[in-house]
Design a protein around this ligand. Structure first.
Ligand code: C5P
Length: 247
């Protein structure tokens, strides 16, 4: 088992990113938004004037990808949304990005979100969530985000794009978007971010031995960190001990 890896998968705008960031901060684990990898590859191809569906160029861009590419501020446009889904269907691209993701999670544990974290990247993750919501709710969230960023678009085209991207992610042969058999399904259609976080935390403590406060390793860590300054520990669950007042 990948002891301290939490896998969070699901379709676009279901709330995976927000949940993953909050869980990572709470547990003191690093966080990786794996969608950024596919977005950065897509951005390179668009900048160079190549088609995102060009396998040769896409694989070459994936192999050359640098961690700093993930920091670009132009990775979340509707154009990149579409191009990323095309790039992600190319098996060679997925193969080129696999080791980076495994390396990231294996070093110190991590929370990773994406489409295939629980099925392909970390099938042995300690906990897996499949975060979903109705396509209408997701489109409305994404439309509001775009409005806040000043991107002029209408709700119907965001909904159409989202349906097309869902279909592409679910139907591709390479690592299609499906919940892992052992994933906890979290439907956030009628939840805000706080409710989704509380539900996920509750599920972790109920189902995953490692995250339960009576687990010997966790108790040891809580005792070790008793009275020290707040913040993530090397073991990755100091914040969690404190939160429930056990540390
Ligand atoms: O999560 P995000 O919407 O940023 O991902 C962009 C695209 O990257 C997705 O539509 C999907 O096609 C692809 N992706 C993937 N596998 C992942 C993460 C993202 O195929 N683990």
């Amino acid at each position: 088992m990948s002891a301290r890896v939490i896998a969070i998968d699901g379709p676009a705008a279901a709330g995976k990113g927000t949940l993953a960031r909050r869980l990572a901060a709470h547990l003191g684990l690093p966080y990786l938004d794996t969608g950024l990898l596919y977005r950065a590859v897509a951005r390179h191809l668009l900048d160079a004037g190549h088609l995102p569906s060009d396998p040769r160029e896409a694989v070459a861009a994936a192999i050359r990808l640098q961690p700093t590419d993930l920091e670009r501020t132009d990775l979340r446009t509707p154009e990149v949304d579409r191009a990323a889904a095309a790039v992600a269907a190319i098996p060679g691209v997925r193969a080129a990005l696999l080791e980076f993701q495994r390396g990231f999670g294996s070093a110190h544990g991590a929370v990773l979100d994406g489409r295939d974290i629980g099925t392909i990247i970390f099938p042995e993750a300690a906990a897996k969530f499949f975060v979903t919501a109705s396509v209408e709710a997701r489109a409305e969230r994404r439309w509001k985000e775009l409005q806040q960023k000043g991107v002029a678009t209408d709700l119907q085209s965001v909904l159409d794009d989202m349906k097309a991207r869902d279909a592409a992610d679910e139907s591709r042969a390479a690592a299609p978007l499906v919940p892992a058999n052992d994933a906890i399904i979290l439907d956030t259609t009628h939840m805000d971010a706080g409710q989704a976080f509380a539900a996920a935390l509750h599920a972790l403590e109920k189902t995953v031995l490692f995250f339960r406060k009576e687990h010997p390793l966790r108790r040891q860590e809580c005792e070790r960190t008793r009275g020290t300054a707040p913040g993530p520990s090397s073991q990755g669950f100091t914040a969690s001990c404190r939160h429930r007042g056990t540390g």
